[in-house]
Write a protein that binds this ligand. Structure first.
Ligand SMILES: [Zn+2]
Length: 131
């Protein structure tokens, strides 16, 4: 029996991909994305959410590939582990979205600034994870 085809919409906030192919964020996929920090960019995603195929690729699979290239845990220049920065960033996100009801910041510069303002350990964090 073929697996039942999932129907959208994509759970990614304001998804604009015109996809007809959807994937469920299984526990494995969700943890994979979480582990690599991909969920930070999509803080509204929950376990078992349905997302479009292109988002699934960029959130789950691409991060997985990146991880395979460098399996060593990264330390930032200040000696704070990437994981703890991600944790801090998640906290800031939670604060912004759930307590202050801020709109999603789409400008990377402004976003970086906003993070650094709240926690100086997060200064330049974005450029650190994306370079
Ligand atoms: Zn999508």
């Amino acid at each position: 029996m073929p697996p039942q085809k999932l129907l959208g919409p994509c759970s990614v906030h304001q998804c604009s991909k015109n996809s007809s192919d959807f994937r469920r964020l299984t526990e494995i996929a969700y943890n994979k994305a979480k582990e690599h920090g991909a969920l930070i960019l999509y803080p509204n995603l929950q376990l078992y959410d349905i997302i479009c195929f292109s988002h699934y690729i960029s959130i789950v699979e691409n991060y997985h590939q990146n991880n395979e290239k460098e399996s060593e845990p990264e330390l930032s220049s200040e000696g704070i582990s990437l994981a703890s920065k991600i944790q801090k960033m998640t906290d800031v996100f939670y604060q912004m979205q759930h307590k202050e009801f801020m709109d999603l910041i789409l400008d990377p510069e402004e976003f970086n600034h906003c993070l650094a303002e709240r926690d100086e350990d997060l200064n330049d964090f974005l450029s650190e994870i994306f370079t």
